[in-house]
Design a protein around this ligand. Structure first.
Ligand SMILES: C[S@@+](CC[C@H](N)C(=O)[O-])C[C@H]1O[C@@H](n2cnc3c(N)ncnc32)[C@H](O)[C@@H]1O
Length: 474
């Protein structure tokens, strides 16, 4: 049998930067070396696991001299859970590297000369800032290296928690997560205990067998709670007993739902949630607005920062009351509602029907009558026919998912003749790619990064693009 060639061990490597996906970076012999989990200032011994022409990837086998910046991570799952990988980096340094990520993407991928970037807006809450989490059931618990190294016989046991990054069938059993306020931990832990005590089978992602599949929890700033239990099979008796148990144990849940998802993927976009008890929605309030959120609707996951994000969008949109505005990827219509009072009309587009239904109600409960919503895929809806019907946009606000905009959408924006585009993104790399595509007609005039996700490398960014002929007026 051929022996696998041992990869080199590099000793005393100094981490100097943080690169894409939040991975620490060192330079070794003019090559970039990525070392996940480390922070600038760490000196480490690194086992190289992959060597390419321009870069290497490695695993730190020992931190010989920890960075003076390191702080103690408060979460007991740190280092194994893929969720909050920057807990050992002080918050102000996290903000520094997020801002840098935005600059790097805009210049390298966007090929744009950028104006001065406004300093990143940090989050007041560094923990417990989320309003939604999704947990996964798996009948294969992820064993930590320490458990395995401990040498004891370990029984494979079920888990309810988060996926291990890069490993799709194993789940880290989460007992305490510091992102969503209580009673989120209590509910998740109780559902797990109940399922184990009652022999309910946890889903196994490889063969798609099992009953308990996902648990989604949402908690508003005012403490309303939505719980959605997702099962992979319709076992009426087991389901009713489980739902009754959750409802009796947590009377504070204001909106309780379940979904029977028999597909192989977890997406709920095409699923029909069944209302079990309480209200059919939760209501979030923000800057005097009230937003109703249903089980399938997108709502920004950091409510406090969402308000600041929308204030930036409103400022960048520069509305005077006469503009025709298009709000692309509107979700539950939050941005459309924010802008309505300063615009002549707003056309908002979103493809989740249920989110559009919530958006229409949101406009109505906020007494807004100049916004109209269209349910459909933006790449099919946005185009000359729509411009002819609703008028060409003066301002377009676009807030696509991480994948960015479809090229047909970019094409339609270019044809629209809009004077300004406010581009909101949770992925500066795809945002920069799209900005490059828009650069034939638009220039970047303002950039405002916002941190919606402390302890992670993720960053939200708002860019104002002005039509070249009108660029100087901005
Ligand atoms: C990042 S969210 C933004 C939502 C909203 N602007 C907000 O601030 O809450 C993206 C939204 O785009 C919707 N979406 C994704 N792809 C779409 C498409 N091709 N056409 C229409 N809507 C889409 C998603 O359902 C989601 O509601």
């Amino acid at each position: 049998m051929r022996r696998k060639k041992e990869q080199p061990l590099l000793r005393g490597v100094m981490i100097t930067d943080i690169g894409s996906e939040g991975n620490a970076v060192a330079r070794v012999n003019d090559m970039v070396l990525f070392v996940p989990g480390m922070i600038p200032g760490d000196v480490v011994d690194v086992r190289v696991i992959r060597k390419r022409r321009r870069y290497m990837e490695g695993i730190a086998v020992a931190v010989t001299n920890p960075s003076p910046d390191r702080i103690e991570p408060p979460c007991r799952h740190f280092g194994v859970c893929g969720g909050c990988r920057w807990q050992h980096l002080p918050y102000e340094k996290q903000l520094f590297y997020k801002e840098k990520q935005v600059k790097d993407n805009l210049t390298r991928i966007g090929h744009t000369t950028i104006p001065e970037i406004s300093p990143i807006i940090g989050s007041e809450n560094e923990y417990f800032y989320r309003n939604k989490l999704e947990f996964t059931f798996s009948d294969r618990r992820w064993m930590t290296r320490n458990e395995i190294a401990g040498g004891k016989e370990i029984e494979s046991s079920p888990a309810l928690g988060f996926h291990i990054p890069g490993i799709y069938d194993k789940v880290l059993d989460i007992h305490e997560c510091l992102l969503l306020p209580e009673p989120s931990n209590a509910i998740r832990n109780e559902v797990r205990s109940y399922a184990i005590a009652n022999g309910l089978k946890f889903y196994y992602l490889r063969d798609h067998k099992g009953f308990m599949r996902n648990l989604i929890l949402r908690i508003t700033s005012a403490g309303e709670i939505m719980a959605i239990m997702i099962m992979a099979e319709d076992q009426a008796d087991a389901r009713e007993k489980l739902m009754d148990h959750i409802s009796a144990k947590f009377p504070e849940i204001t909106s309780l739902w379940y979904v029977i998802n028999t597909k192989h993927n977890d997406s709920l976009a095409d699923q029909l949630p069944v209302h079990y008890s309480g209200s059919e929605f939760i209501t979030e309030t923000m800057d005097g607005f009230r937003f109703r959120v249903g089980p399938k609707s997108f709502y920004q996951t950091n409510s406090r920062q969402a308000a600041r994000l929308y204030q930036v969008v409103r400022e960048f949109a520069g509305l005077t009351g006469i503009e025709n505005v298009y709000d692309l990827y509107t979700g539950t219509g939050t941005i459309a509602c924010y802008l309505a009072s300063r615009a002549a009309a707003v056309t908002a587009i979103e493809y989740i029907q249920e989110a559009v239904a919530d958006a229409i109600i949101n406009a109505s409960i906020n007494k807004i009558s100049n916004v109209s919503f269209i349910a459909g895929d933006i790449k099919d809806v946005l185009g000359d026919a729509l411009f002819a019907e609703r008028g060409r946009p003066d301002v377009i606000v676009t807030d696509p998912p991480r994948a960015g905009m479809h090229t047909d959408v970019v094409g339609a924006i270019l044809r629209s003749g809009a004077g300004r585009i406010v581009y909101v993104s949770c992925n500066p790399a795809t945002q920069a790619r799209d900005i490059d595509l828009l650069s034939s007609a638009y220039i970047v005039t303002r950039v405002q990064p916002i941190d919606m996700f402390p302890q992670t490398f993720h960053v939200e960014n708002v860019v104002l693009l002005a039509k070249k002929s009108e660029g100087l007026k901005v």
